[in-house]
Design a protein around this ligand. Structure first.
Ligand code: ADP
Length: 735
């Protein structure tokens, strides 16, 4: 017949649901934004998992949202496209929609209809017009692309940024949480700590890391769940095993809503849903947090039963082949199958009978789509063929026939076969509707399983890598004993031991630690480890330390490494200053600021002066006294500790042995005595000639024993034009 042709789906990067376009362990987000003055409403949707989030924020945070959620496509109304492009100066697909659709009344109604509610109060969205417009635009766009299939989008969550520790996209990038700066995926935090067994668990773990909590109760609830697993080893092992059976429920529900699921998906769904009951039976009453979590789950035994009464245990993935509905489900289906089976038996017998009756052992009954059933006889036996065989086709070596009797059976078999598939598909469709009716409850149970998976993964890592439960409170402390960098400790060459270090910060007496020490001593590692541990702790995970106490951090700022934005038309120094300005303008008394070198990209005097003034500002400004660690190669800053009450010096121990430097990696109080720059240059393979000349120049500097400023001025004539050493280089050597 004529093949039906129509466009059934539009594929875009932000709305894809086909697993060929998706990474199992990652979300695939589309975002929509609506701008009003300096504020935006934003919505973020993963059409493949049916998650929809929304919120309102300052437009300056747009870039962070896009980077953090790895937005694949940005939806904006036509008149706002150019404005958006001012904030997004990197490659991103921007899709526009008509302005009239960005209307607050229509958008509000759209959400009510989508979630079958009378108001948006339950979602905390009432009067958040900007967020509502953005969310409605997301749903409209998905609806347009999937030709109306949006049933799976059954809930919306508001992102209230005041609930989470603020981390900007620089920090996520520089701390190498999800991606490494040099494309070594082993060197990311997520690679070290993700031992989740389900795809949705892995996605949740990533979201938790992006949104560390500030609420003590919520953090402790996560931490206590992990402790319960660690304390109850048997139960932990059993829950771990049970989770192996969980498939990607979120994405199966979306496939169902989009008519893309197959019988095997449904069996996987039911197996996964059963795991909640399994876990319920495993855990002990003393595992209070676990019991509470499991008790939040919906009873879906009805759906599990329907599935187990309808679909065979190991069905095919192809619904067109049929055969996946269980016997006993439909009388009509069973009868047809019986006819079909009997006809098949009859065919086998008929073939046997014809073979012996006419003495043609190679006679076969075959089937093809064009001719239906036929009797195949090789040319050698052609004389034995009886009169009632009617010739149908002649091939080089064979003749094909049919008989009236065979035709009768063919009708029976084919009609039954078609009817079987039709009935099976009808039953399947009805089953899908029933499942979809519980879509929301199923997604909720999936979320609980994902949370459990994250706890189990955390407990696994805590045991395996020897992590500890952090203590969080409302103090202003950040205290660590024997802490380690979670990633560097795993990647050290065989035989090399990670040296554990302590930290003692509080915003009253020990507010700013200035860390000096040579390059390669381990300053960056130490700084990053402190930032990472705070992030792990507040996302509710155990941490790599013997002891960890953190007074809740509201914002984590890091300025580590030069993140060039040359493509965006900014110099390294400008990027550095942008990032620093952001810190100085937004840090609070509860923030943690990690600075790894400031002022490198400019002349030494500018650099020192800026670093000096920035430290003073962080120390003296009453509104902004964040706990701060500042690694610097400007030794002059060591004297800041004398004039600023709550500023103190730290250095990383090194030893000189026979003209070589040995890095001991141990943080200790006090400023570094010298910077060993020339030693490190030697390690890096700078020619001996240059090294000895540099040593000579350095000795000359020291021999003069003048103050820094005088030294700088006085020693300049030391370089003649021939040596061609610039003032800046001289200073680098000095430092
Ligand atoms: P810096 O910032 O002072 O130049 P890094 O932090 O980059 O130094 O450290 C240099 C190297 O030293 C790291 O790549 C790591 O392999 C090693 N390292 C750093 N800290 C430690 C430590 N605490 N224990 C063992 N090795 C370390």
């Amino acid at each position: 017949g004529i093949v039906k042709r129509e466009v059934v789906e539009l594929l875009t990067p932000g709305t894809a649901i086909n697993s060929n376009f998706l990474n199992n362990n990652e979300n695939n987000f589309l975002s929509s934004i609506y701008i009003k003055h300096e504020n935006i409403g934003f919505a973020i949707i993963d059409n493949s998992t049916a998650e929809l989030l929304c919120g309102e924020t300052n437009i300056n945070n747009l870039k962070d949202i896009v980077k953090q959620y790895k937005i694949k496509e940005l939806l904006v109304c036509e008149s706002q496209e150019n404005l958006v492009k001012k904030y997004i100066n990197f490659d991103l697909l921007i899709t526009t929609y008509e302005d009239w659709k960005a209307d607050k009344i229509n958008s509000y109604d759209k959400l009510l209809k989508q979630f079958h509610t009378k108001s948006l109060k339950g979602y905390g969205l009432e009067n958040h017009d900007l967020a509502i417009i953005a969310a409605s635009a997301c749903i409209n766009y998905v609806e347009l692309n999937s030709f109306g299939k949006t049933k799976h989008i059954n809930s919306i969550s508001k992102i209230d940024s005041s609930e989470y520790m603020h981390i900007d996209s620089f920090t996520i990038k520089n701390l190498e949480i999800f991606e490494s700066l040099n494309n070594n995926q082993d060197a990311t935090l997520i690679n070290v700590i993700d031992k989740t067994q389900t795809a949705s668990g892995s996605r949740l773990l990533k979201k938790n890391l992006l949104k560390p909590l500030k609420n003590l109760k919520k953090i402790n609830c996560r931490l206590d769940s992990i402790s319960e697993l660690i304390k109850n080893n048997n139960e932990f092992n059993m829950v771990y095993e049970a989770l192996e059976q969980v498939s990607d429920i979120e994405r199966i529900v979306v496939k169902i809503a989009n008519n893309k699921s197959n019988p095997r998906d449904i069996i996987n769904l039911s197996t996964s849903l059963k795991v909640i009951n399994l876990i319920k039976n495993i855990i002990k009453p003393s595992m209070k947090n676990f019991c509470k979590k499991i008790n939040e789950s919906n009873d879906l035994s009805k759906i599990i039963n329907i599935i187990s009464k309808t679909i065979k245990e190991e069905p095919s993935v192809n619904i067109l082949k049929g055969g996946y509905i269980l016997e006993g489900y439909s009388k009509e289906l069973d009868e047809l199958r019986d006819i079909s089976k009997k006809a098949n038996d009859w065919l086998v017998a008929y073939q046997e009978n014809e073979r012996s009756k006419h003495n043609i052992p190679s006679l076969k009954i075959n089937f093809n789509k064009v001719f239906g059933y036929y009797i195949d006889v090789t040319k050698t036996h052609i004389e034995k063929v009886p009169d009632y065989y009617i010739r149908k086709q002649t091939l080089v070596n064979n003749e094909r026939y049919f008989t009236n009797e065979l035709k009768d059976y063919e009708d029976k078999i084919l009609t039954a076969g078609d009817q079987i598939i039709e009935i099976e598909n009808k039953i399947f469709k009805k089953l899908l509707e029933e499942i979809l009716f519980y879509g929301k409850e199923i997604q909720e149970n999936s979320k609980i399983l994902s949370e459990i998976d994250v706890y189990v993964s955390n407990a696994y890592i805590a045991i395996e890598n020897n992590y500890t439960k952090p203590i969080l409170n409302e103090s202003s402390n950040y205290i660590l004993k024997k802490s380690r960098h979670p990633v560097v400790e795993r990647l050290l060459p065989f035989g090399e031991e990670f040296i554990e270090n302590d930290l003692n910060l509080d915003y009253k007496k020990n507010q700013i630690g200035i860390i000096t020490g040579p390059n390669m001593a381990g300053k960056s590692t130490y700084l990053r480890q402190i930032a990472l541990i705070s992030l792990l702790a507040q996302s509710g995970s155990y941490v790599p330390a013997e002891k960890c106490e953190i007074g809740i951090i509201d914002k984590l700022f890091t300025r580590v490494g030069a993140s060039d934005n040359l493509a965006g038309g900014e110099s390294t120094f400008l990027v550095e200053m942008n990032e620093t300005a952001n810190i100085l303008n937004n840090a609070t008394n509860k923030s943690l600021v990690i600075l790894d070198e400031i002022g490198r990209g400019t002349s030494t005097f500018d650099g020192i002066s800026l670093a000096w003034a920035i430290t003073e500002y962080l120390h003296n400004n009453k509104k902004c006294k964040p706990r701060t660690l500042f690694a610097t190669h400007y030794h002059e800053l060591i004297s800041l500790a004398d004039s600023l009450d709550s500023c103190f010096n730290l250095n990383i121990e090194v030893q000189e042995y026979k003209n070589e430097v040995i890095f001991l990696r141990k943080i200790q109080p006090g400023g570094a005595s010298k910077s060993y720059g020339i030693h490190v240059a030697k390690l890096a393979g700078i020619p001996n000639e240059v090294i000895s000349r540099a040593n000579h120049i350095l000795r000359n500097f020291y021999d003069n024993k003048t103050a820094f400023n005088d030294l700088y001025k006085e020693q300049l004539p030391l370089f003649n034009d021939e040596e061609n050493i610039s003032n800046e280089k001289a200073n680098d050597l000095l430092n």
